[in-house]
Design a binder for this molecule. Structure first.
Ligand SMILES: CC(C)(COP(=O)(O)OP(=O)(O)OC[C@H]1O[C@@H](n2cnc3c(N)ncnc32)[C@H](O)[C@@H]1OP(=O)(O)O)[C@@H](O)C(=O)NCCC(=O)NCCS
Length: 141
């Protein structure tokens, strides 16, 4: 499989099935989104949202067209974007019911935040009751 990240295409994103599961980059100020190309075909979107003035970590977003799911593209694309941007601390906020995404992120090396931390950030208003958050630290070597 030839996998490449290309500049974000708004028109493709608008037609992407599963885009509701990712945050729309237009709603945020500091973002880096890409269109995923697999063997020359537009397969999905991967992106990162940053807090203001801080690129030490990013909130990762990904959605793939159904026919490109189940092939391990999540890990390949998220790692490609992280290394391109040199961002080695990733967070993924996922709806509890999105079991495929939680499983896939765990397979890609993400770990669930502890119950104590999840409770704390929910109380601070940074995480909905319906969501969980996972974390991954990439090797920058
Ligand atoms: C979540 C998502 C990005 C996972 O990417 P992926 O590259 O398919 O991940 P994997 O190859 O590791 O497979 C993930 C799971 O999907 C399953 N799967 C396989 N083919 C599939 C298909 N055609 N459609 C849906 N799921 C499929 C796999 O069996 C695996 O199941 P598991 O829960 O038993 O582990 C992808 O399913 C997707 O785009 N979903 C819609 C958008 C979304 O939910 N984004 C995440 C927001 S947090």
């Amino acid at each position: 499989m030839d996998v490449k990240l290309k500049p974000f295409s708004r028109s493709f994103f608008n037609t992407l099935s599963g885009k509701e599961a990712v945050l729309d980059p237009d709603r945020f100020e500091f973002t880096e989104y890409r269109t995923i190309l697999v063997n020359g075909e537009k397969a999905g979107v991967v992106g990162m949202i940053f807090p203001k003035g801080d690129r030490s970590w990013g909130a990762i977003q990904i959605a793939l067209e159904p026919r490109f799911r189940g092939k391990g593209l999540l890990q390949a694309c998220e790692d490609m974007l992280a290394s391109e941007l040199k961002v080695y601390n990733l967070y993924a906020t996922i709806e509890k019911e999105n079991i495929h995404s939680i499983n896939s992120h765990k397979r890609a090396g993400f770990r669930m935040l502890s119950e104590v931390d999840l409770k704390k950030i929910r109380k601070q208003g940074f995480l909905k009751e319906s969501q969980v958050r996972l974390y991954k630290r990439l090797d920058n070597g």
